[in-house]
Design a protein around this ligand. Structure first.
Ligand SMILES: O=c1ccn([C@@H]2O[C@H](COP(=O)(O)OP(=O)(O)O[C@H]3O[C@H](CO)[C@@H](O)[C@H](O)[C@H]3O)[C@@H](O)[C@H]2O)c(=O)[nH]1
Length: 482
């Protein structure tokens, strides 16, 4: 008689940013629902921000307690990045990256994994770490763990990181003077693309910073992973996925959402949420525009002012997630004088909310978004039309996918500088446009929405890919265990 095999035990390690912690938590829940034991690791600052945002404000809260009550074996650990909780990691980002992300964190993660390997029951078998931790392979190899690199952005964006050497060779990354501005037509699995549409960081000329060290290290380290998980849908991006698959096993398993979609088992917000549902309940179907630019990126003050004035001119109902650090991590942003009075009943301004609750509400009619990948996936899932105002990084590429390739969204970045008239005109077009183009775009959005929904169905691609991934992990472990 064969003895039953112990459950797979994975250590899940997200990078300490809102847009990475959320999908990592959903991945952990998904794997635990399929029998994995998970040890989820947050940095202490992320743990502190989450617990401080809860009504109890109790640092001792185990954010996975609810998941365990629901029967999932998810354990929770925190790890120090070397800085005190009071250190402002956004304001001193380069220092944080150089000392915390690149130097201290790997040592602490190594110690934590060593302790788990020594004592955990069931034994730890896998390390699933965000691709941006470019030191993960050495820890996985040291403790003989199956190494899974987790990519939280589009597969197309992954291609650029994966083939950074090609961008460099062709002068589109890290050129000593100005980077080349001609079309990029040599990337495996990527149709010709303009340099303005690739990750904005690759256009920077000084690539000697800590930040670029992180990028370069990650692009190399991921090549040593046994498996790559990507929070996308195969049918949306077949070519870049297939091109990577020629080199390494990659699985499109997105969109990663909480089960039940509106209510997460696990608190993940790094800021206290303001409820918007009661306000939304008073508004007509499809009449509200949601405006949000994600969790940490900043935007020029003039642009935010123009967006405020554009909202005034547009006359639509709106919810605006306006973080105090919307324009700078040093000084809080102040709205134009009189703005709040003028919008009174039709505009609700909050510093943070439960985005899924807002965009799933029937009163919602559109989303003015910075095109962060999580926002894109959430919007696709609920079939919410998008107006794209990308700020930085992958958001530029996501805009291209949405507007140029899939033809389901509208640009708010065609002309520089941004004007209030353009903002108002584009908002009105998004919310009530009736031209043939507008109708076609909505129809196409519904097709894409259906494609995304199908991917998560029982016989859908993401579901099948997840099953295949689990079976491949098991096979890999069997190869290793004598
Ligand atoms: O008031 C809010 C605003 C946002 N969210 C959630 O926060 C997440 C934000 O993620 P995302 O839309 O991807 O934006 P960023 O926070 O900017 O995410 C970073 O990480 C993403 C992927 O990992 C990248 O695509 C982005 O460019 C990068 O800025 C989403 O799940 C939102 O639902 C809330 O719950 N409440």
């Amino acid at each position: 008689m064969t003895t039953p095999k112990p459950p797979l035990h994975a250590v899940v390690l997200p990078i300490p940013l809102q847009g990475h912690v959320i999908p990592a938590v959903h991945l952990a829940i998904k794997l635990a629902s399929r029998g994995f034991t998970i040890t989820f690791v947050n940095t202490q600052i992320i743990h502190h921000q989450i617990t401080k945002s809860l009504p109890s404000q109790n640092d001792a809260v185990d954010i996975f307690a609810g998941a365990r009550e629901a029967g999932l074996d998810i354990r929770y650990k925190t790890v120090s990045d070397g800085f005190p909780l009071s250190f402002d990691r956004m304001l001193h980002h380069d220092r944080y990256l150089a000392e915390g992300h690149l130097r201290v964190l790997p040592v602490h993660v190594d110690e934590l994994v060593r302790d788990l390997v020594d004592s955990a029951d069931p034994p730890v078998t896998c390390l699933i770490a965000d691709t941006f931790f470019g030191w993960q392979s050495s820890i996985a190899e040291k403790y003989d763990l199956v190494h899974v690199s987790f990519w939280t952005e589009a597969a197309l964006v992954f291609s650029f990181y994966y083939h950074l050497d090609l961008l460099r060779k062709n002068g589109h990354y890290g050129a000593s003077h100005d980077n080349r501005v001609d079309t990029i037509d040599y990337m495996p699995g990527v149709k010709a693309i303009e340099p303005n549409d690739i990750v904005s960081y690759f256009r920077e000329t000084d690539v000697s910073t800590a930040f670029h060290h992180v990028i370069k290290q990650a692009s190399q380290d991921v090549k040593r992973a046994d498996f790559i998980l990507c929070n996308t849908v195969h049918e949306l991006e077949p070519e870049p996925i297939s091109a990577v698959q020629e080199k390494q096993p990659m699985y499109a398993i997105g969109p990663l959402f909480p089960s039940g979609f509106t209510n997460t088992l696990v608190p993940t917000s790094l800021r206290p949420e303001s409820g918007c549902t009661q306000w939304l309940n008073t508004k007509p179907l499809g009449s509200v525009l949601y405006v949000s630019f994600g969790s940490f990126m900043t935007c020029g003050k003039n642009e935010i002012d123009e967006i405020a004035h554009g909202l005034l001119l547009s006359n639509v109902n709106f919810i605006w997630v306006l973080r105090s650090d919307a324009v700078s991590h040093e000084e809080p942003y102040a709205l134009p004088i009189g703005f709040q009075d003028e919008v009174k009943d039709r505009g609700l301004i909050v510093t943070w909310t439960n985005q899924i609750e807002v965009i799933s509400h029937p009163a919602l009619g559109g989303f003015l978004t910075h095109c962060g990948w999580n926002s894109v996936l959430e919007s696709l899932w609920y079939g919410v039309p998008m107006l794209c105002f990308p700020l930085e990084t992958d958001q530029l590429t996501n805009r291209k996918l949405l507007v140029d390739d899939w033809r389901i969204a509208v640009n708010l970045c065609d002309r520089k500088p941004l004007t209030r008239l353009e903002v108002a005109e584009k908002i009105n077009r998004l919310m009530s446009g009736k031209s043939v183009d507008d109708e076609l775009r909505k129809e196409t959005l519904m097709k894409v929405r259906q494609m995304v929904e199908n991917a998560l169905a029982q016989d859908g691609s993401s579901e099948k890919n997840l099953c295949q991934f689990i079976s491949d992990v098991k096979a890999k472990i069997s190869e290793r265990v004598p």
